[in-house]
Design a binder for this molecule. Sequence first.
Ligand SMILES: [Ca+2]
Ligand SMILES: [Ca+2]
Ligand SMILES: [Zn+2]
Length: 364
Amino acid sequence: MQSALAVTARENGVSVDALQASTPELWIYNPALLTPYAGQTVLGWRMEVTPRTELLPVRQLVLVEAKRGGIALSFNQIDYAKNRLTYDTGGTNILPGTLVCNESNPTCTGGSADAINAHVFAGQTYDAYVNNHGRDSIDGAGMALISTVNYDDVSGGPTYQTLLEWRAMVYGAGFSSADDVVAHELTHGVTQYESNLFYYYQSGAINESFSDVWGEFVDLSNGMGTDTAATRWQMGEDLTAFGVIRDMEDPTLYGDPDKMTSVNYSFDTSYADNGGVHSNSGINNKAVFLMVDGGTFNGRTVTGLNIVKVAKFITTPKPTCRIQAQIIWICIMPCSLPALRSPVPPGSRPPIVRKCLTRSTRLR
Ligand SMILES: [Ca+2]
Ligand SMILES: [Ca+2]
Ligand SMILES: [Zn+2]
């Protein structure tokens, strides 16, 4: 088993400590079965080596010879079609800017700090989706991840945007250096292609939450940026222009609700935030935090599952869920259909959502 871990670590450039191997099974293997080459038939122990806790793009099949302990077979079963193109405007507003790096330069050596970070974090986000959901890029079909950094947004100062109509990410100075922000924005792309959740009221809050969830999953797993215990579950701790903007563990720290019945629940009466999309995302954020780390909330104790397990089932809703805002929850959390039929008075808190959350996550 040690040699299986060692070869996987070496071939994928990761630490042995980050990997685990499945229980070995005996296999009889001849190279002619899978390759154009003839060779000796060997009896070997077949193992699948996967990440222990981090979201690494590794699912290595390894066959260790039973007699001599040599490696008879070793390959990563994760398919790659990663295609990143990263540009730098050099502080101008001329798009797309100068191409700084592509897939032949995976670490964007020679680029500015923002270009390096945009390139690397986009790659990590790509890996997280491939690894956990077999999803090949934003559109599920190998779409190029195009980033432009150091963009000078003349109208509103430096900013970051998902410009999907251009199929590109555009970041103001400093914004691409926050790993959670990069993964957050790219996840908006995934949501747009997968379910196209309306960016409006509760549908929009779920859209926002999925971006926070995947933004933070990538952040917590990449060993880059600020990864201290104190910043765990914070959104934007590496955003030098803004600082922290939300907290998933305790959304109330930034005035956001952590449950449907929170006094912080936003009806956004002034319509300043598309119906509270950046606020009410706190409810699902809190639920995901509890699923991952566990904890006691509202008198209920939740046992944490860790990121690796939760990342396997938390993803943006399927296209069939592109219906009304208040029934989106049924797609991500199990709850009963009859409850969905009751009409929701305009301006009121949809009871269905509360019911779904109560049943599925035991939150009140
Ligand atoms: Ca990080
Ligand atoms: Ca963070
Ligand atoms: Zn967002």
